[in-house]
Design a protein around this ligand. Sequence first.
Ligand code: HEM
Length: 228
Amino acid sequence: MPQTDHLPHSRDYVFSPAIRIMHWLRALAIVVLVITGFYIAWPFLTPYGGSDNLQQGWFRFAHLVFGFVLCAITVARAYLYFFSKSDVERRSWGDVVSPNSWVKQLLSYVWIGKLHKKGVYGPLQYMTYLALTLVIVVMCVTGIALHANVYHDGLGGLLKPAADMIVVAFGGLAPVREVHHILTWVFVIFMVVHVYMAIWSGIRFRHNSVDSIISGYDYHPIKPKKED
Ligand code: HEM
């Protein structure tokens, strides 16, 4: 690997504490939701003939707690995207609508040319996150519909009329559950690709992509080597 320690480095502030905290809280919520969700679908620990220690209930409870955490973060994060002081995320839209930026990004992935980004995300990365956000919205809507269907007090009761409309729109409760279950695989696949790409792009473009979502700072050589 080429050494870059001798080159002057730049330290750019990228992600605010709110964005970093929400990233990791959302990561935790998604991991817990995938594990508890699959357990709800296939409760393999529950002893044959029933149990008196409510494993299914506890898994279901954790699922709901983190489900509502995910709903809350989704709303807060959408607000921050549009109204945060820093426009590093919003600026990336300029690349998404530029065919030239798409070509540059895709070529830079196969070591042809440099990646020039207006904001913090590349266009493909931006579209992937947008698609994932839409899947999260579907998970929140279907999850709330499943919840309101069995819990008629409090928030469940408040959301029941809207939840009923969702159930009708999906053509019944079974399709709601099916969509909620099948889309879980999107998160399993996303997590693997996301972690791989975060590490790979940090090495490929010599930017601190993983560190920036922990410390907030991107630390990279100012004068990249020729082969960049
Ligand atoms: C990344 C997000 C999520 C994932 C991966 C996920 C995954 C799952 C899975 C795999 C199931 C089992 C479906 C089946 O029975 O086959 C499930 C059930 C359920 N989920 Fe989610 N879920 C997510 C978000 C949510 C949210 C946001 C809520 C509500 C706030 C929610 C509420 C529920 C409820 C109420 C059930 C049904 C539990 C039952 O049948 O007793 N989920 N989820």
